[in-house]
Design a protein around this ligand. Structure first.
Ligand code: MRU
Length: 351
């Protein structure tokens, strides 16, 4: 049996010259991998949430560039750069909030710029490096975050920032895996995370598989749980962190941060530096993805709302840095993040 600090699932796999994505829309009822062989299909899979979670969509997009390069160089050795560029733009537009997507594509473009002839092998090596570095960063953050937890207790998490949302192991769930293995976490409370139910379907599934005690709650129950003194920490991932430490993450995260501060519960954000966007001064400029009204009007394909009602369905919100007690990246732990500490961390200066 694997120990508690191992994860058992991979959402993104490069196998036999194609990209395989675990279809997260079907979990936990079905474990089905989709085999993709062209970049347009990868962009569609990201948009349609076959693969989701900021680091995982960056990794998938990087492999999408490999597929684009292979196809275009084989057919049009004189025009491959222009054609790949179109695919890169399509991948970049597939979801707007997670900056890991553009970060990974920028890395792939850097390799393209250095290639005189067939770029496929070098691009595959870069995509695999992005993937491996993400897993290594998650293991590192797991250790760093667990070391910041202090006394043993229960924690609350939102959405899914686990192995499924990353190259493997997870960001918030990486800290939870490491913290549980170290005996510092006794139980995880998982918000169900309407409307996509990433908490109920994905986080609960990962933790049940790893035999980490998990209790599911409706999103609206979180403040009452905190009031009862049941949790010591809220631990979440991020889709984009601005230069001042403001954090964009799954809708509902901001409300949790407000409730946590009110109840004296600590609030931890766990994300690799690929999620940090220094070009974004603060959270006000972060593009927030608006998703379809259908997601709120129906549940499992069945209508659940009054016909004719208007819908507001932002997929993410922004938590101001002042509500974040701890930010964990693979480079270290920042207490009470602000612009100066963020800049220091990104420059590798001590902070
Ligand atoms: O819409 P999703 O499922 O892609 O949203 C994912 C989240 O909000 C995660 O918390 C975030 O991407 C961090 S994943 C390590």
């Amino acid at each position: 049996m694997l120990s508690h600090d191992e994860d058992q699932v991979r959402a993104v796999i490069w196998r036999e010259d194609a990209l395989e994505l675990l279809d997260q829309r079907l979990l936990p009822m079905e474990t089905c991998y989709r085999r993709l062989t062209d970049a347009a299909a990868v962009a569609e899979a990201i948009h349609d949430m076959v693969v989701r979670g900021a680091p995982a969509i960056g990794i998938a997009a990087a492999y999408g560039v490999v597929l684009a390069a292979r196809a275009h160089y084989a057919r049009y050795p004189d025009r491959w750069r222009t054609l790949i560029d179109e695919d890169v733009q399509r991948l970049a537009a597939s979801r707007p909030t997670a900056v890991n997507l553009c970060w990974a594509l920028r890395r792939m473009e850097g390799v393209i710029a250095e290639c005189a002839d067939d770029p496929t092998a070098r691009l595959l090596a870069e995509a695999q490096a992005i993937h491996a570095e993400d897993i290594a960063a998650n293991r590192q953050m797991g250790e760093l975050g667990a070391a910041a937890l202090g006394k043993r207790g229960a924690v609350l998490t939102h959405c899914n920032a686990g192995a499924l949302a990353t190259g493997g192991y997870g960001t918030a769930l990486g800290v939870i895996r490491s913290g549980y293995a170290a005996g510092l976490i006794e139980r995880v409370y998982a918000d169900e995370t309407r409307p996509w139910l990433q908490g109920a379907r994905l986080t609960a599934w990962e933790l049940v598989q790893d035999r980490i005690p998990v209790t599911l709650l409706a999103d609206g129950a979180a403040a009452a749980l905190m009031r009862q003194g049941q949790v010591r920490w809220v631990i979440v991932g991020a889709d984009r962190i601005a230069a001042n430490g403001d954090v964009a993450n799954k809708i509902g995260t901001y409300g949790l941060a407000v409730a946590a501060r009110h109840h004296g519960v600590r609030f931890m954000v766990v994300a690799p530096t690929s999620t940090v966007d220094l070009e974004m001064a603060d959270g006000r400029g972060i593009p927030i993805e608006q998703r379809s009204a259908e997601e709120l009007l129906t549940l499992g394909g069945q209508p659940v709302a009054a016909a004719g009602v208007d819908v507001w369905n932002p997929s993410f919100d922004v938590t101001p840095a002042e509500l974040v007690d701890v930010l964990v990246t693979e480079r270290g732990v920042i207490w009470a993040p602000d612009a100066a500490k963020m800049a220091g961390m990104m420059e590798h200066r001590p902070y």
